[in-house]
Write a protein that binds this ligand. Sequence first.
Ligand SMILES: Nc1ncnc2c1ncn2[C@@H]1O[C@H](COP(=O)(O)OP(=O)(O)O)[C@@H](O)[C@H]1O
Ligand SMILES: [Mg+2]
Length: 369
Amino acid sequence: MEIVRVALSNFLNYASAHVEFESGVNMVVGENASGKTNIVDGVLFASIGRSSRHTKDKELINWNSKNGAQITLKIQKKFSSHIIDIVIDSAGTKHVSIDDLPIKRIGELMGVLNVVFFSPSELALISGAPSDRRRFLNISLSQQSRPYFYALQNYNKLLVQRNNILKKYNASDNIKDLLQLTDPGLSHEASIIIKERAKFIKKLALVSKEKHNILTGNKEDLDISYETCDLSFDNLEKSFGEALSNSFARDIHTEYTNVGPHRDDLKISANSTDLRRFGSQGQQRSAVLSMKLAEIELFKKRTQETPILILDDVLSELDEFRRRALLSSISGIQTLITCTEPSKEAEDPYALFKVHNCSISKYDSFYTV
Ligand SMILES: Nc1ncnc2c1ncn2[C@@H]1O[C@H](COP(=O)(O)OP(=O)(O)O)[C@@H](O)[C@H]1O
Ligand SMILES: [Mg+2]
C-alpha cells in the first residue's frame, strides 16, 4: 500500500500543510525541531489512532488553534483506495471517518493503513521494560488482526475491573463469586491474545534470525522467544482459567492480577546473551533493525499488502554497513525517511522534501547524490 497524500490542519506545528508522497523512498529533510517527526507521527496516528509520543490526543492540536485539529490521508492499496480522516475536536476527542463514513469503534481503523515505525526510541524494544516489548506486539498485531485488537481492549477493561475487585473486596467472603464476574471473560480474551502472540513470535523469530544473519555477516545468531505464563496450548482458555485460580492467594495478597498477557515478555538474545540486559547499544540497534525488517515481511505475508516503513531519524545512528543493508532491503516498500541531511547511501533516486517554516514542500522527485 501507499500513502498518496497527507493534509494537516492545525496538527502539531502545522497550521495548514499538505504533501504528496511518491512510491519508493521519500526523504524528508529539515532542521531540528522543524516538524519532521510531527509529520510521520501524524501518519502513525492515522494508522493506529495513537501518536508515538503524545499520550493525549489533545496534545496534537496546534497551540494556536481554537478549533481542534485535522489530518486527512489518501491511501492507495492494490485494489482500492481510501481516505482516512481524523478530526480532534477542541475538547480533545477524536472523530475518525473512513471514506466519509464515521467509524463506531476505533478497531475499524486497524489495517486500513499499516505502518512499521522505526525511531531511536524504538531501542526500548530491546533495552526497555517488558511493557515496551508488549507495546510492539500489540501495535503490530492490532494492525494485522482486528480480533486481536478487540480482545486486547476487552482484556484491559476486564483486568481493571478484576484489580478493582481484588483491591476493594480482598477481605470479603464472597470474593471468589465476585471474581466470577471477570474471570471467564478474562480467560477468553487472554486465550485469543496469547494464541496470536505465540503464532506471531514464532514467525518473527525465524525471519528476524535470517535478517540478523545478513546484518551481522553471520556473526550473531539472534533468538527470540515468548515468555508467558505456564499454560497448556491445547485448551488455552481452560488452562488460563486454572492459572488464574492458582494465582488466587497471591492475587489477594498483592491486590493485583499476577498472571496474564499483561505480564508477557519477549526474550531476545544473540549468541545466547540476553540482549535486553547485556547487549551493547550497537547489538541492540541491529536487533531492532532485524525485527523491524522481519515485521515488514510478516505484514506482507499476512495481509498481501506491503506496509509503509517509517524511519524517523535512524539513518544517522546506523553505521555505514547497516545503513546500506537497510536501504537495499527496502526496495518495493514506500518509505518515509526523516533526517537532517539527504542520505548519501541511497541506491535509487528518491523523492526529496524539505520541511521549513511549518510547511513541507517537494524539492525534487528524482533526487540523486
Ligand atoms: N501542539 C503543538 N503545537 C505547535 N507546535 C508544537 C506542538 N507540539 C510540538 N510542537 C513543536 O513541534 C516542534 C517539534 O517538531 P519535530 O517534528 O519533533 O521536529 P524534528 O523531528 O524536525 O526535529 C517543536 O518545535 C515543538 O515546539
Ligand atoms: Mg525528529
